[in-house]
Design a protein around this ligand. Structure first.
Ligand code: ATP
Ligand code: MG
Length: 500
């Protein structure tokens, strides 16, 4: 008997299919991938299973028993746990790992010794290398995810659903998380794993389902399919191969950053950016990429160093001045910093170009709509109309709006911080072609990421950021993902070690 079975489940929204007539079953100890383009309905299905949404139609069965999941608390009681991307909101940062594990039953356990011993036992059972006495705020992201996994396990999770858990992780951390998910599988937990990274899906999962426009279009064991078949199912047609970069003609030096420090993570960073160049900054999670991007955008104070623009010192001390100087930042934290979530797609996309479309103070609606539509098309933003509120877009489509905002503005230097987090493979390719178009117009791009294969595909030059320092510069001929990862993980110059 299936652990979880979904029959004819549907949930529609005004102007969007959501999830349509989905049938699915999952066994104990099975890792089931849920795949689909941005807006295909993955998160909606997860919310239906967690009790966050109620279906319009259909039934859910647990061990053969029909259940009506009233809300997420009820869902948890039934054994269905979700791990959302915002792990921080699910943990208390000032408390220890052990305390967080027992948070929901703290009044019952007053003996600290017992608490830490029991926490230790759970972590050992799962093979999680974590000290229960450590404070949550000292943990890395993947360690926090582990705490949530252990907590769900302790609360008798039968089904665990992960919505893009690896999106914010770099390669080495992803490996750790996938290993922990395998440990849960061994304990008989049924797992639903949502991801845009097909490689890890094929490495980790037993079975997979592909959603397209809310409908289930493929449901198979992983060994009986291939990435090509999956991609075809996702988009409904055969897709040409990946992105191929044109040979770029990079211009003269534009910006010189000298010995930049922010008094925190960023330490003595020096680099040069040329006109029409795509400069990659490679670094693992915690290397200081976001901090460096924010420093360049004057979103955090510069403690030391200077920035020269065509040889002349630049002084600006706020993002507003940075924007006036021609900088734009696509931040990693899109919801907080990059979007007006209550506003429409149109409003978000046209805000930065208001000067152009409203030269005399009134907005030319026609221009505004044309501009908005152009970007929606270029990045395949999936929404029924331009007035759709950004809040209700799927995660990946929100990310596309953040990027699209700065296209067509007076931007001269575009800073992109992990821009492909959460966007599907096709959208990624479209983004790369868009970036290529932008550099052809003379815009310079600084691309911060831990996705080494993306950097290898798109960059003209790569600088490695390791613990806040630039430790290496790579030219075109040295740019393969392994080499980049080697240096980004703290590897040193082979020649230097040889001669030392
Ligand atoms: N509360 C809502 N109101 C209106 N439409 C919604 C709402 N929630 C989701 N949708 C729509 O349902 C569709 C599916 O969204 P969902 O978030 O499930 O996509 P997804 O597969 O998770 O995509 P992504 O990969 O981008 O995260 C989208 O078109 C989205 O705009
Ligand atoms: Mg989603």
């Amino acid at each position: 008997m299936a652990l979880l079975e979904v029959r004819n489940l549907s949930k529609t929204f005004a102007g969007s299919p959501g999830v349509i007539d989905v049938n699915l079953s999952i066994q104990s100890g099975e890792i089931h991938a849920l795949i689909g383009a941005n807006g295909a309905g993955k998160s909606t299905l997860m919310k239906l299973l967690s009790g966050a949404y109620q279906g319009d139609q259909g039934e859910i069965y647990l061990n053969g028993q029909r259940v009506v999941i009233e809300n997420p608390v009820h869902g948890k009681e039934l054994g269905i746990h979700c791990v959302y991307q915002e792990v921080d909101t699910a943990l208390v940062p000032s408390l220890t790992v052990g305390e967080n594990l027992f948070l929901d039953c703290l009044p019952l356990i007053i003996n600290w010794k017992t608490l830490f011993r029991e926490a230790e036992e759970v972590l050992q059972k799962l093979n999680f290398p974590l000290d229960p006495k450590r404070k949550i705020d000292s943990l890395t992201l993947v360690e926090k995810q582990m705490v949530l996994l252990a907590k769900a396990f302790m609360q008798n999770a039968k089904i665990m659903i992960f919505d893009e858990p690896t999106a914010p992780l770099s390669g080495p951390e992803t490996k750790i998380l996938l290993q922990q998910i395998c440990n849960l599988k061994e304990k008989g937990v049924g797992i639903i794993f949502i991801s845009h990274r097909l490689q890890e899906v094929f490495a980790l999962c037993d079975t997979l389902s592909v959603l397209r426009n809310g409908q289930l279009v493929l449901n198979r064991s992983v060994s009986a399919t291939s990435p090509e078949v999956v991609v075809e199912a996702m988009f409904g047609e055969k897709r040409a191969d990946g992105f191929v970069k044109k040979t770029a003609s990079v211009g003269d030096p534009l910006l010189q950053a000298n010995h930049l420090s922010d008094g925190g993570r960023v330490k003595d960073v020096t680099f040069q950016l040329r006109k029409g160049e795509i400069l990659g900054i490679a670094g693992l999670v915690g290397a200081g990429k976001t901090e460096l991007a924010r420093l360049l955008f004057a979103a955090s104070p510069r403690q030391q160093g200077d920035i020269l623009w065509e040889g002349n010192p630049m002084y600006f001390s706020s993002p507003k001045q940075a924007i006036e100087a021609g900088f734009a930042l696509v931040p990693e934290e899109r919801r907080g910093e990059g979007l007006f979530v209550n506003e429409s797609i149109r409003a978000n996309l046209t805000l930065p170009i208001l000067k152009t479309i409203a030269p005399w103070g009134w907005i030319r609606r026609q221009k505004e709509r044309e501009h908005g539509q152009k970007i929606v098309d270029a990045l395949s933003i999936k929404a029924s109309h331009l007035e759709f509120p950004v809040e209700r877009l799927s995660g990946g489509n929100q990310q596309k709006v953040v990027i699209g905002k700065w296209v067509g503005s007076d931007t001269k230097v575009l800073l992109l911080d992990e821009p492909t987090k959460g966007i599907d493979v096709q959208a990624k390719k479209e983004l790369f072609y868009l970036l290529e178009e932008l550099v052809a117009q003379g815009i310079s791009i600084v691309y911060f990421t831990s996705e080494m294969d993306e950097l290898a595909a798109i960059s003209d030059t790569i600088y490695i950021l390791y613990k806040g320092h630039i430790t290496k510069k790579l030219g075109k001929e040295e740019m393969d993902p392994q080499t980049i990862l080697y240096y980004a993980s703290g590897g040193t110059n082979q020649d230097e070690t040889d001669s030392a």
